[in-house]
Design a protein around this ligand. Structure first.
Ligand code: NAI
Length: 417
């Protein structure tokens, strides 16, 4: 199949228009070239917003090598348009299977990156497992998603993390916007695009009331769906309850819902016992990083027939005649459904800007940082928030000298003086 280079270029051009923080960073640091001399590996969903992120790193002096964190979210035309640019190398292909994905990661690692800007710790894990000889050259990593931070912490707990890793996902500028608004909007947009069904009045079950689940639940309520939340964490369950959602165990939710969206970062959240009680016609989708939240093997075992009934929708007809519909084969719906484009561009402008500013900070402070998972300094987070406000043309107040001094005192007399 021939790849349409021009279409990739058009997608990049459209994304650039909506990524003003990146434009600002390119301008601000053009002269200082903070990534000069560094080989920066980007592992992420290879579409246009990631493309602008990669271009920006190259413009700031990096030799960039990219690869996919999930093959189905790769857009080959964008990849071609990126590879036509100087200072950028890459290994990603739509529809690569697991074995090919490993080879693509290996090819990216052959460039011996000094920094990894990762998604779900995919490339970091590949380096640990297959190229430990490259670890001495690695100065650090920045991680953009929840599952990745979880994996990094697991590596650290096993004593395997010999370098600093910034948990970019855990910054307010990332998770309050990308996970909540980005996942919320793009999950529902892709659900309705893929299935072309109405949400108003539907019984929609959200599994996991974390940042992503909160976004999905809130947006779905805005579309007048009736939303029920399932949780395993008592505080998150309580939060969902106080936000006005029904909360119930999945075994009850399974019999109630018309639409199910998993957003837990866990596995087998929807499994055999749930499929056994679901209504005919239920739609099943996942927005968590790995395609293990819906137990597709159990679904296949329960089914009498299995067929593609619409692009991105697999029908499983069970022996009792009920039909359950799996969207995007249980992969990330908002990134891998047939018309998927991932998060809205502005959200990724923010997330990738966080990756760039955090990576620059990590480089500049690498001698002070110990091995392990680190919180990104608040000053870095605020810097990106400030940039975002500038691009929006939004002004805010600055605390007065008196107010600053007030925040430093504790005695009642001084507070009242
Ligand atoms: P989070 O940790 O804030 O929330 C996950 C929630 O799921 C927690 O409240 C946890 O208690 C709950 N949970 C865990 N197991 C459960 C189970 N069996 N049943 C019900 N609830 C359960 O994580 P966050 O940030 O919401 O991310 C969730 C997943 O989404 C991760 O895999 C993350 O990497 C991925 N993600 C996907 C995005 C996308 O574009 N689709 C964007 C950002 C994150």
């Amino acid at each position: 199949m021939t790849v349409d280079l021009e279409s990739g270029r058009r997608k990049l051009a459209w994304a650039r228009v909506h990524m003003p923080i990146h434009a600002h960073l390119r301008e601000q640091w053009a002269a200082s070239q903070p990534f000069a001399g560094q080989t920066v590996a980007v592992c992420s969903h290879l579409e246009a917003k990631t493309g602008v992120f990669i271009e920006t790193l190259a413009a700031l002096g990096a030799q960039v090598v990219f690869t996919a964190s999930e093959p189905r979210s790769t857009q080959d035309d964008v990849v071609a348009a990126l590879l036509a640019q100087p200072g950028i190398h890459g290994y990603a292909r739509w529809q690569a299977d697991e074995a090919e994905l490993e080879r693509l990661h290996a090819a990216a690692l052959d460039h011996a990156p000094s920094l990894i800007l990762d998604d779900a710790a995919e490339l970091t894990a590949a380096m640990l497992q297959s190229r430990p000889d490259l670890l001495p050259r690695l100065l650090g990593t920045c991680e953009q998603t929840t599952t990745g931070v979880q994996r990094l912490r697991a590596m650290a707990a096993q004593g395997l993390l010999g370098f600093p890793a910034y948990a970019v996902n855990d910054t307010p500028m990332k998770r309050y916007f990308d996970n909540i608004h980005g996942t919320g909007e793009s999950a529902l947009a892709n659900l309705t695009l893929t299935a072309n069904v109405l949400l108003a009045g539907k019984r929609l079950v959200v599994a996991g009331y974390g940042y992503c689940g909160q976004g999905v639940a809130e947006k779905a309520r805005g579309w007048q769906a009736r939303v029920l939340v399932t949780e395993t964490d008592p505080r998150r369950a309580l939060q969902a309850h106080m936000a006005g959602y029904e909360v119930a165990p999945m075994i009850l939710a399974a019999a109630w819902g018309n639409i199910f969206i998993t957003a837990t970062g866990s596995k087998s959240v929807l499994r055999r016992e749930h499929f056994e009680v679901m209504r005919d016609g239920a739609l099943l989708a996942n927005v968590g990083h790995f395609d293990v939240e819906i137990d597709t093997q159990a679904l296949a075992e329960l089914a009498q027939t299995q067929r593609e009934v619409r692009d991105g929708i697999t029908e499983y007809q069970l022996r009792d005649g009920r039909r359950l519909y799996l969207l995007a084969q249980g992969h990330l719906l908002n990134l891998t459904a047939p018309a998927a484009m991932g998060h809205p561009i502005e959200v990724m402008d923010q997330t990738f800007a966080m990756q760039i500013v955090a990576a620059r900070h990590l480089l500049a402070h690498r001698t002070e940082l110990t091995a392990g998972v680190h919180t990104v300094p608040d000053s870095v987070d605020k810097q990106v928030a400030q940039l975002k406000l500038i691009t929006l043309g939004v002004d805010i107040d600055i605390a007065t000298h008196e107010q600053f001094s007030f925040s430093q005192v504790w005695s009642r007399q001084e507070i009242k003086s």
